[in-house]
Design a protein around this ligand. Structure first.
Ligand code: DGY
Length: 320
């Protein structure tokens, strides 16, 4: 029986799968674990399940000890995991792709609708009991039909966003260093373009790329200047892909029309300039937040951990 540590609360189904085979030590408090508590808890673990709030770096891996075999991150993004540090120690790292694709695309699409149709503003009018009346020109937004969405990062979530956009009568352009499989693009009429062209032609720019050194501040002053003044930006990927100060400046200058954000550069902090802007929709990183999806993420992470501890291949590894 191995020792598995779960560094934050996860759905019971994931814990049950782990407990059926191993001793499980799980953080069970409402609040996230602190760094010091985490380094203490992981000591002696053979397998660890982490959330994106844990930094899995050399210090973390060394605190766990040389017996550690697997770190299963309960997220598709794994910018919190130092992959080379895992590989150097022979630790397998895994993530949770696919199971959250549709839910995260729903979030991106929801943000796009909210910000283009001014639904957040409308809701604030009602909640603040501001007097209002139906009016021909009251809170008019931008219709999506016939518009162009520019998808930055045409992986599984990007493709799922493109399918939704297509169903709403939008044209799709995308920018990516990689080519998605032809089958994924079938029926989308999606055109591959450079990032600069995407920024010039899109009415909504939606980010779906991973956060890497090469995508840090992918959208900054220069990129916002390329966008149409009527265009919106949506980010459901990772906060630091956008230079948040540059975004605030572009919004203040009217260089772009609005933003829908589920993620932030210094999460959970949000740039104060965004808080009072009516043309900005802000969500607290809810991309994959459904009961079904979080359960599936926990189950996949548990399965990855169990496979490695059994000496079998992990299902979705990020280490080589
Ligand atoms: C992920 O899986 O990377 C998401 O951001 C978590 O919701």
């Amino acid at each position: 029986m191995a020792r598995v540590v779960v560094t934050n609360r996860i759905p019971a189904e994931g814990l049950a799968a782990l407990r059926a085979e191993h001793e499980v030590i799980a953080w069970e408090h409402e609040e996230c674990i602190s760094r010091a508590e985490c380094l203490e808890l992981v000591k002696g673990a053979d397998g660890i399940l982490t959330l994106l709030t844990e930094k899995v770096d050399a210090e973390f891996l060394d605190a766990a000890g040389p017996q550690l075999k697997v770190v299963a991150n309960v997220a598709v993004g794994y910018n919190n995991v130092d992959v080379p540090a895992c590989e150097a120690r022979g630790v397998v790292a895994t993530n949770t792709p696919r199971v959250l694709t549709e839910t995260t695309a729903d979030t991106a699409f929801g943000l796009m609708l909210m910000v283009t149709r001014r639904f957040g503003e409308g809701e604030r009018v009602i909640r603040s009991q501001t007097p209002w009346q139906w009016g021909m020109f009251y809170l008019l937004g931008m219709g999506l039909q016939g518009k162009t969405v520019g998808i930055v990062g045409m992986g599984q979530i990007g493709v799922a966003m493109a399918r939704r956009a297509k169903a709403f009568g939008m044209s799709v352009v995308y920018a990516d260093d990689y080519d998605p499989p032809a089958a994924a693009l079938e029926g989308l009429d999606a055109r591959k373009v450079t990032l600069d062209e995407l920024l010039r032609v899109s009415d909504v720019v939606s980010l779906h790329c991973p956060y890497l050194p090469s995508t840090h501040h992918l959208l900054s002053t220069e990129q916002f200047a390329l966008m149409k003044r009527t265009a919106f930006v949506v980010n459901s990927a990772r906060g630091p892909i956008i230079d948040e100060a540059a975004l605030v400046a572009a919004l203040e200058a009217g260089e772009i029309a609005g933003a829908g954000l589920d993620v932030f550069e210094n999460e959970p902090a949000v740039h104060p300039g965004l808080l009072s802007m009516e043309n900005v929709v802000l969500l607290p990183h809810l991309g994959s937040a459904t009961v079904e999806t979080r359960t599936a993420m926990a189950e996949l992470a548990a399965a990855n951990c169990l496979n490695v501890l059994r000496g079998e291949a992990p299902i979705t590894p990020v280490t080589h």
